[in-house]
Each structure stands twice: as structure tokens, then as C-alpha cells.
Design a protein around this ligand. Structure first.
Ligand code: 5GP
Ligand code: MN
Length: 341
């Protein structure tokens, strides 16, 4: 994090009376929620008046994170959130870098006169913030929030609540510290967070060992639908709305499913297509290994984006049509897919 950014952020935060809103992206994941709640706990402890806002609900497996009861959800409490955003003089946008990632809240943000501070590790950031801390090489936004806090001089003020939230964000976005973006610095940050009160095994258990039987069975359905295309080193899965309903689908239930096909020897590109009848869309998650960029793939073909090895997208077409389209596009990438490690 450069000095100018710290100076800008510091001068914005200097006047403690400014109301602050901290926002994560739609369908918030562990990193979005952990990063936002970590920053929230820090700013509150420093005497700031802050609120944390998410466009829609977040998964149950995160509903124990310190401070999560203060989180306000736009989809549930639209009037309250609209007022929070109107009153905010500073708006932090965390774990996203394009305003269309907040769904229906986009218009309010576009019309806001607040000073925006972006902290994010996705590629190709938009230029809407007065202070942009963007670094696609970072493991997670939660790690960036740690560096941001240290940059503000807060390294000795990391409470157990801050440490727990940031640890959870880093852990979930790095696949428990195994994805390539996990650096030696990430591990040093993690070590410090443990020193500050993050209980690693309790966090791991609360997040990964609280599966419902329905979720495990839904994973079984997804794996049963697995299609492997060895010549393209690709595997994909499909879940229909009917199957989700039959397993009492709750937000977050399908999180991580897309990673399983990557554990097949030789597979470097994985996708999962999930029908969402309510929104009339097919939501897609992509994962890859090596230099095959799912960010570019999602951007070019499926109105999405993300990182080189983890991205998402969507289609207005039906589940079947979307999968058909995917299969028709794939051969164009045959060389790229076979070039990789
Ligand atoms: P997931 O597949 O877990 O939903 O998302 C993987 C990554 O891609 C995350 O970093 C997420 O922020 C990003 N992502 C997911 N869906 C979309 C999308 O529709 N648009 C963009 N730009 N990024 C997405
Ligand atoms: Mn992230």
C-alpha cells in the first residue's frame, strides 16, 4: 500500500464526526463479510460512526462473525440502508471494484456525493474512488484491510474481533491458504492475527464443519451431474432450480462446489451452472489452475469477471441454453487449455 493512499485515507478519516458506510458486493462471501466487519470493528474502536451494508443476505456459515448482527441488508431493510448511504460522507467499497457489483444499490452509489475509498483485489478496477487501494496480487481483501489498518498506524490496535474477521476472510478466499495468491506475507499476517486473538481451529470449524445434510446431498447431486471433457481439460456441473428446491437451498449452500472438479487429475478448468428462476438468470462460477484466465473468459462471454483463477458470471438464457453456449465456446480455447501446466 503506498504512502499517498494512506495519507489520503488518513486525511479523510481525520474528522471523526464523518459518517462512514462500508459496503461489500452482492452475494457476499467470506472475504467480503470478513473484510467489511474487520474494518468496521477497527473504525468503531477508533471512535468513528460506521455502518456495514450488504446488497443481499450472506451465508449462514458466517453468521457468528463478531459484529455480524450489526450488518444491514439492502434487500431486507431498503429504507434504512438508503438513509445510511445518503448520510455517509465516506463510503468504503470492499472486495469489488465495479459499481454494478452491488445490484440494486448501484443507482444510490452513483448519485452519492460521498468520498469513496476502494479496497479490492480484483482485476481492472473502475475509477470511482478518491482513494483506490487495488492490488490483484493480494490473497484477499481481508489481507488488504489488514495492511490498510497497519498503514493507518493501527498495528497495535487489532482486537480479537478484528483478527477473527480478517482471518476468516483470508482463510475463505485462499482456500485455507493454498491458492497461488497466498504469499509469505499472507502467512505473516495470519500469524499476527493469531497473536491478536484469532482462534484458527474454531474459525475453521465454524465455517467448514457446519454443513447441513441437505447441502451435502446437493453436492452429491452436483457431482453426479459432473461432465468431464478430457480433451479440453475441462469439467462442469449443473444444478437446476428444482434440485435446489428439493434440497431446501439456502444462500451459500453451493459455495465451493466448483472447486471439486479441479481435484481431478488433468482438469484445469471447472464451471458450475446454477439456475436462478427468481432472477430469471443462470449464475455461473468458474475456476482454473495455472495461467488460463477465467476472469477474461467470464468477462468476454458471460457478463462477469473476477480473478485469473476464480471468476463468476451470469446469463439471461435458460440453464440448458447457457450450458450449450459454454460447450460451443470451449473449442476456441482448446490450445489455451492444453498449453497450461
Ligand atoms: P464465485 O464464483 O465464488 O461467485 O466468485 C468468484 C469470484 O468472481 C469472486 O471474486 C467474485 O467477486 C467474482 N464474481 C462472481 N460473480 C461475478 C459477476 O457476476 N461479475 C463479476 N465482475 N465478478 C464476479
Ligand atoms: Mn475476495
Amino acid at each position: 500500500m503506498n504512502k499517498t493512499l494512506t495519507e489520503k485515507a488518513n486525511s479523510l478519516l481525520l474528522h471523526g464526526s464523518k459518517k462512514i458506510a462500508i459496503i461489500g458486493h452482492k452475494n457476499p462471501d467470506g472475504d467480503a463479510v470478513g473484510a467489511c466487519l474487520g474494518l468496521y470493528a477497527y473504525l468503531k474502536a477508533q471512535g468513528h460512526e460506521a455502518s456495514v451494508v450488504m446488497p443481499n443476505d450472506f451465508p449462514d456459515f458466517l453468521k457468528w462473525l463478531p459484529g455480524c448482527e450489526d450488518l444491514v441488508i439492502f434487500e431486507k431493510d431498503t429504507t434504512v440502508v438508503t438513509q445510511i448511504l445518503k448520510d455517509a460522507a465516506i463510503i468504503f467499497t470492499l472486495d469489488f471494484n465495479a459499481l454494478d457489483r452491488v445490484g440494486e444499490m448501484e443507482l444510490i452509489l452513483k448519485n452519492s456525493r460521498a468520498d469513496f475509498i476502494m479496497i479490492d483485489h480484483h482485476q481492472q478496477p473502475q475509477d470511482y474512488a478518491v482513494a483506490t487501494y487495488s492490488d490483484p496480487s493480494m490473497s484477499s481483501t481481508a489481507e488488504m484491510v489488514y495492511h490498510f489498518i497497519v498503514g493507518l498506524g493501527g498495528q497495535n490496535n487489532i482486537s480479537p474481533a478484528i483478527a477473527t474477521n480478517l482471518y476468516a476472510g483470508i482463510m475463505t478466499d485462499t482456500g485455507s491458504f493454498r491458492f497461488p495468491a497466498t504469499s509469505s506475507t499472507t502467512h505473516r499476517v495470519i500469524a499476527h492475527l493469531m497473536d491478536c486473538g484469532a482462534n484458527h481451529s474454531a474459525i475453521h470449524e465454524q465455517i467448514y464443519d457446519t454443513n447441513s445434510p441437505e447441502r451435502m446431498k446437493l453436492l452429491g447431486v452436483a457431482l453426479d451431474h459432473l461432465v468431464i471433457l478430457p480433451e479440453l481439460r475441462t469439467a462442469y456441473m449443473v444444478l437446476s432450480q428444482k434440485e435446489l428446491d428439493a434440497h431446501h437451498f439456502k444462500k451459500g449452500d453451493t459455495e465451493g462446489f466448483v472447486n471439486y472438479p479441479l481435484s481431478i487429475l488433468g482438469v484445469i478448468f471447472s464451471a458450475i451452472f446454477i439456475e436462478n428462476k427468481q432472477e430469471g438468470i443462470t449464475k455461473i462460477s468458474f475456476r482454473s489452475k495455472g495461467s488460463f484466465s477465467v476472469n477474461e473468459f467470464a468477462r468476454k462471454h458471460f457478463n462477469g469477471g473476477g480473478h485469473i483463477n476464480a471468476a463468476g458470471g451470469r446469463s439471461d438464457k435458460s440453464l440448458e441454453e447457457t450450458v450449450k453456449e459454454f460447450i460451443s465456446i470451449l473449442p476456441h480455447y482448446k490450445n489455451a487449455l492444453n498449453h497450461d501446466s
